[in-house]
Design a protein around this ligand. Structure first.
Ligand SMILES: *Cc1c(COP(=O)(O)O)cnc(C)c1O
Length: 470
């Protein structure tokens, strides 16, 4: 038997040509995205029915792959990069970010330890310190003190890590039955999921009431904590939100920090969406009180021109996080780690392996500059404000919550049925895509202005549609 041969790889020249073709395809896709319908006309199973039942036995040429992306995949997607996409919170992407991610993929670095890719770790530490300056974040999150930042795949993972660190700081598994967690009734579902993954029973998470503007009521938090302490229970963590998912409400951090610290509870602040706005000095007041938080996260992948996945997660003291998450098997031991001279980011997250995510963020920060990032946010905030004025002035429309940055919540004055009909009518145009929520038990449309390619003109067009269809 002859020795088995290696597979046939693309030659460097073939890879170059295929890569150019892929980027050409993406450039054309983005150039024409506004003309595509935002949501596809597909039924469940359609996409699979268009694909061969089995993987090919013999490799195919790259052109065939790209052709199928064009024919079968792109038409069956919801287009998050369409300028009329206002659903959920838009997921940002941008050319420099895509290229940073491409290079990261090609480098194929595993950044689990400093020693498995020193630049991967140090660039990450460095750009996260840059973001502290850019966003006016507290110095206690800087990497040169007891704290520091790390890039997580999602806000859900960041919040889970905060919960794990808080749980273990409060006594860990042995103390778990007596631990309690607190978040507002408007918090993102990832808080409840994180608490459950961390081993808490559902009733160990207290859902704190909100005020008329949907922000956590600090008096209700104080009362819940006092009642639990009275009963001999241990307040473990409070998760506050800056910019709730439903309406963009901002929990009062200073008052919450006061209560959490008096109770010895960890304070985690989730600003997944709104945090990006802090690149503008005029929005940094939303984070007043953050200097007393134990941890913080926000998603550049939501509103800072960086494609998923990129969540900036900061801790004021990395000790509890590392106590919770570091494990050192023999096969990962190395001189740099043993000497304690380096950051090993595997100890700052749940999985071991990690992508070189800081590269795309670095590309974005350098390509746009602080100026470009501020322009991105300000353009959207101004466009949303103009839209909110039109909604306010319209006889059949009303704002369902105060405008928050670039998130406007609205409803039809005739009630839920009319709002749902308006929702369907707007989305049916294919020009704009909205998603909904419920506030005060009423059906509400959310307009989250934040797409990379969304401009004032697109938002004006949405205003026209809403006025005509209401
Ligand atoms: C979007 C969102 C999340 C979840 O973000 P992922 O990065 O997808 O986990 C968490 N919290 C808030 C407030 C959000 O808006």
């Amino acid at each position: 038997m002859p020795d088995p041969l290696p597979p046939t790889h693309q030659t460097p020249d073939e890879f170059r040509a295929a890569g150019h073709a892929a980027v050409d395809w993406l450039a054309d896709f983005l150039a024409g995205i506004a003309d595509r319908p935002i949501t596809p006309d597909v039924a469940p199973g359609d996409v699979r029915a268009s694909l061969p039942a089995h993987a090919p036995e013999v490799g195919e040429p790259f052109e065939a792959l790209l052709d199928d992306v064009d024919r079968l995949i792109a038409p069956a997607l919801t287009h998050w990069q369409h300028p009329g996409f206002y659903g959920y919170f838009p997921g940002n992407s941008s050319p420099p970010s895509v290229l940073g991610d491409l290079i990261s993929s090609g480098l194929g670095t595993q950044g689990m330890l400093w020693s498995t890719g020193p630049a991967c770790t140090e660039l990450e530490t460095h750009v996260l310190d840059w973001l502290i300056d850019l966003c006016g974040l507290p110095d206690r999150f800087r990497s040169d003190g007891p704290g520091g930042g790390v890039i997580q795949d999602s806000a859900s993972s960041a919040t889970l890590c905060a919960i794990l660190a808080a749980r273990d700081r409060s006594g860990g598994a042995a103390a778990l039955p007596s631990l309690r967690a607190y978040t507002s009734s408007q918090a993102h579902s990832s808080v409840e999921k994180g608490v459950r993954v961390a081993g808490f029973a559902v009733d160990q998470l207290r859902s704190i009431a909100t005020d008329a503007d949907h922000a956590m009521d600090p008096a209700a938090l104080a009362a819940a904590i006092a009642a639990d302490r009275e009963a001999g229970l241990v307040p473990c963590i409070v998760v506050a939100t800056v910019g709730t998912t439903s309406s963009g409400a901002v929990d009062p951090l200073s008052a919450i920090a006061e209560i959490a610290s008096a109770a010895g509870a960890w304070l985690h602040v989730d600003a997944a969406w709104a945090g990006s706005a802090a690149v503008c000095p005029e929005h940094q007041h939303l984070l007043d009180g953050l200097d007393r938080a134990d941890s913080y996260c926000f998603n550049p992948h939501k509103w800072l021109l960086t494609n998923f996945d990129c969540t900036a997660f900061y801790v004021a003291d990395r000790g509890p996080l590392l106590d919770s998450l570091s494990i050192l098997p023999e096969y990962l031991r190395n001189a740099a780690s043993d000497a304690g001279e380096v950051i090993d980011y595997r100890d700052w997250q749940v999985p071991l392996g990690r992508r070189f995510r800081s590269l795309k963020l670095w590309f974005v920060l350098r390509s746009y500059g602080a100026e470009g990032l501020r322009a991105h946010i300000r353009h959207h905030v101004a466009a949303a404000a103009a839209l909110a004025d039109r909604i306010d002035a319209h006889p059949r429309l009303e704002l369902a919550a105060p405008l928050s940055l670039a998130l406007a919540c609205l409803r039809h004055v005739d009630g839920d049925e009319a709002t749902e009909a308006l929702h369907a009518a707007v989305n049916a145009t294919g020009e704009a895509f909205l998603t909904h929520t419920k506030l005060d038990d009423r059906y509400v449309l959310r307009v989250a202005v934040g797409g990379t390619w969304t401009t004032t003109e697109h938002v004006q067009r949405l205003g026209d549609l809403l006025e005509q269809l209401a």
